[in-house]
Write a protein of this length. Structure first.
Length: 400
């Protein structure tokens, strides 16, 4: 089990200043926040610390200002929306370090919450400059990292600070790390992984890591075509990275050696044109794809067999849709297997963890995101974790 301190390890924090790294990098349109998922994710930590009487100072990046002060990337734009989500007043402090910030923080009382402006306004943030980390550390008595989604970056506010102040994982970070540990760190076996999505090339390291760790590797999406082609199947006009044939064969070989069963579709849904419900739509065996057809989803027989595989498993980790799920009916396989996984999770026979931008969208589309054990919205950090990489922000917490 990953070894890090949590808010449970904090003693009396009343009147103490908490520097809390969160993810406030929300999408905006016309000056309004269009999706407040990330804001809501901070609530357990921020509410708990404020209720325990800490002075809560939120550190976050916003956009990519590249070390410049950019009014259009100021977190002042998010402060009002954040206050609405939190349901209490939120102050805004114009810098995340320096004398002005210190003076502003000195006027705060126990239970107050403030957002400090964009850490990336300072070039030292992305360089993990110890001088910037030290200047930020002067504002706080302890550090909490609640931004798993930024933990794959070794920046001053995500990594450097953890070495300068007593450091703790926030509630969202704790939940994410516990779920990921249960899925791949020390999982109950057998473990199945579903890997789908468009291209093998974006997920080579994910596949290489997984074959060594899981009992069943279920490959779908466009990337299955590359594996099928490598095995000599004619995939017609399908999205396929033919130049990765050798790599695909190496991965299949490595799986064999590691006793990992790879599942490729044996029936598929094909069409001559990529459109919603096209007239040329049909289901066929993978060996019957015509030269002018493309594979756009895994077929129903394969999905039934995969559901049976999941029934024998105790743990599932899922990244990538099985088909071009944005366009009906090529969402069928993803929706059906996601519903099976959700039902098994509800029954208590499966621990299911999923992540990835399009994967989250697909699970929401299937209406089952809430029924999975855990769905990560962390994007890049989730993928790096699937690749088996050590995340600097997490490692720093473990050493703290
Ligand atoms: P994630 O964001 O969850 O990591 P990816 O970005 O790797 O997932 O892949 C998602 C994309 O893969 C979707 O846009 C989907 O339409 C596409 N895709 C899946 N299967 C196919 C296929 N057979 N042909 C073309 N595109 C596909
Ligand atoms: Mg994607």
């Amino acid at each position: 089990m990953a070894n890090f301190k949590t808010l449970d390890d904090l003693g009396d924090v009343s009147g103490k200043r908490a520097l809390v790294r969160v993810d406030l990098n929300v999408p905006m349109a016309d000056g309004s926040v269009t999706d407040d998922t990330r804001l809501r994710a901070t609530l357990p930590t921020v509410t708990e610390l404020a209720d325990r009487g800490a002075i809560v100072l939120l550190l976050a990046h916003f956009g990519r200002p590249k070390g410049q002060q950019r009014p259009d990337m100021s977190l002042s734009l998010v402060t009002r929306a954040y206050g609405g989500v939190l349901g209490r007043p939120v102050r805004f402090v114009e810098d995340c370090q320096g004398e002005g910030a210190k003076a502003a923080v000195a006027t705060m009382s126990p239970g107050d919450v403030a957002i400090l402006d964009n850490t990336r306004f300072h070039p030292g943030e992305e360089k993990n400059d110890p001088a910037l980390a030290a200047a930020m550390a002067e504002l706080g008595d302890f550090y909490v990292n609640d931004a798993f989604s930024a933990a794959h970056r070794a920046h001053a506010s995500t990594e450097g600070l953890a070495h300068l102040l007593p450091a703790y994982a926030g509630r969202a970070m704790e939940k994410e790390l516990t779920a990921l540990e249960a899925a791949l760190g020390n999982p109950e076996r057998p473990v199945a992984a579903v890997v789908g999505g468009a291209k093998v090339s974006t997920k080579l390291d994910v596949l290489k890591n997984l074959v060594a760790k899981v009992d069943h590797l279920i490959i779908g999406g466009g990337m299955a075509n590359t594996f099928l082609a490598a095995r000599g199947v004619d995939v017609g006009k399908s999205l396929c990275e033919h130049d990765l044939k050798d790599t695909a064969l190496e991965i299949l070989d490595a799986a064999d050696r590691a006793n990992c069963t790879v599942h490729l579709p044996y029936d598929v849904v094909v069409a001559k044109e990529f459109a919603a419900n096209p007239p040329s739509l049909r289901t066929c065996n993978v060996h019957e794809v015509a030269s002018d057809e493309m594979i756009l989803d895994v077929g129903p027989a394969a999905i039934e067999a995969l559901a049976d595989v999941l029934k024998t498993c105790r743990t599932l980790v899922w990244n990538g849709p099985l088909g071009a799920f944005e366009t009906p009916p090529f969402d069928c396989a993803t929706v059906q297997l996601a519903r099976t996984a959700a039902a098994l999770t509800k029954e208590g026979s499966l621990v299911s963890v999923a992540g990835g931008g399009d994967t989250v969208a697909a699970l929401n589309h299937a209406g089952v995101a809430d029924d999975f054990t855990f769905v990560s919205t962390a994007g890049g950090a989730f993928l790096e974790w699937m690749e088996g990489k050590e995340l600097p922000g997490v490692k720093a917490l473990e050493q703290a």
